[in-house]
Design a protein around this ligand. Structure first.
Ligand code: SF4
Ligand code: SF4
Length: 379
């Protein structure tokens, strides 16, 4: 069973995104000794399972080249490490760091909200140019960069432009909807309500079915797959509890990067080399299990329970300030999954059952006709 450790070297970030609630301008930076502690902990924690590392923040490139040179050297000695990802605005990427990331096969993801004017409006003047300059540097070096695009109450009205932007880039993009936060009120006016989020996704899916061969919207690919195999494949639709962990700058362990800095969600510290049982006995773990138990009961009549699993526990627990709540995007999820189901039915009526005699395949589709949901499910 693979598991995922997110390393959060700092919650500090030089960006000024208007809807961000995850960064802290005064936050400390992880000392390399903590990476050594992470390695020592993982030598005896689930050491038979593959572990994937994601560097996340704040802004994970802030600790600089020397930190990463040493961090990779340390983590590469773990026989069960299966790879690295990094989520960064990339502003601090230079030749030296890019070469190091290439050497260690790091998969990059960055955040852009669409064309320059929209991105800079939401994320601050100059953001777009700084990030895209680094994207080009990374790509010239052969690094793979995917995108996270956050839709807000503002940018939802520019959905077509944003869609065309990523299509023209031939990008792989993941859609986030801006959420309100308990950590500050700055995010509230930007939050996308779930009705708008659901409608936006259905609108984007309409377009995407014409363009499956041109670029990739990960959310739809995963949702369609979840719908097909009746099991969530994106972290928000899978049971992430216990298989995703995050380590903050001081070695504290949390259930996911989203909880980093929230004292009540500390599960242990890497310096103490906690076992699986130690983490499971923490109060944070119990809260997440309370969430899972609540979902089992509250969502049991939902026809999408197997695709969705109650959504993201952070969204549920933090929005409601209680583990007895599902992801507040529930209504939007239902709308999207139902829309996929309806389209699947229409496709079956129109094109027959895939693989059966007489059924129409995507190769036989006529010019200008959309792909089918089945094409998306089996993409
Ligand atoms: S808490 Fe939410 S964002 Fe974090 S791993 Fe779980 S589903 Fe994903
Ligand atoms: S769509 Fe809503 S009711 Fe259905 S499983 Fe997800 S959170 Fe629960």
């Amino acid at each position: 069973m693979p598991f995922h450790v997110m390393i959060i070297p700092t919650l500090r970030c030089p960006g000024m995104c208007k809807y961000c609630w995850g960064s802290d301008k005064q936050a400390e930076i992880m000392d390399i000794s903590i990476v050594e502690n992470i390695k020592e902990w993982l030598e005896c924690f689930r050491c038979d399972d593959e572990v994937h590392f994601t560097f996340h923040g704040g802004e994970p490139l802030l600790p600089g080249y020397d930190y990463y040179k040493d961090a990779f050297k340390i983590l590469n000695t773990l026989p069960n490490h299966s790879g690295y990802s990094m989520q960064s605005n990339l502003w601090l990427l230079d030749d030296e760091i890019a070469d190091l990331l290439v050497e260690n096969n790091v998969i990059l993801s960055t955040s852009i909200d669409g064309p320059k004017e929209i991105t800079d409006y939401q994320r601050g003047e100059g953001y777009y140019d700084k990030t895209m300059r680094s994207v080009h540097l990374a790509e010239d070096k052969g690094l793979y960069v995917s995108y996270v695009c956050t839709f807000t109450s503002y940018s939802k009205d520019y959905a077509s432009e944003i869609y065309d932007y990523f299509k023209d880039l031939k990008a792989t993009v993941k859609i986030h909807s801006a959420l309100p936060s308990l950590r500050g009120e700055n995010a509230d006016p930007w939050a996308l309500n779930q009705e708008d989020y659901g409608k936006l996704m259905v609108e984007l899916l309409d377009k995407y079915l014409y363009d499956l061969d041109k670029f990739q919207i990960m959310d739809f690919d995963h949702m369609a797959k979840s719908s097909f195999i009746r099991r969530g494949t994106l972290c928000a639709f899978n049971d992430c509890v216990g298989d995703t962990l995050a380590v903050g700058h001081d070695g504290n362990i949390y259930p996911c990067y989203r909880f980093v800095g929230m004292d009540e969600y500390i599960m242990g510290n890497v310096k103490d080399k906690p076992t699986v049982e130690d983490l499971e006995s923490s109060n944070a773990y119990k809260l997440l299990h309370e969430f899972n138990d609540y979902v089992k009961e509250d969502c049991k009549r939902c026809r999408f329970i197997k695709h969705c699993n109650g959504g993201c526990p952070y969204n549920g627990i933090v929005a409601a300030q209680s583990p007895k709540a599902v992801d507040p995007q529930c209504q939007a999820y239902k709308l999207i999954f139902q829309n996929m189901k309806d389209r699947q039915k229409q496709d079956l009526i129109k094109n027959g059952i895939p693989g059966m005699p007489g059924a129409k395949t995507s190769q036989e589709k006529e010019e200008g006709e959309p792909f089918t949901i089945m094409d998306l499910m089996t993409k």
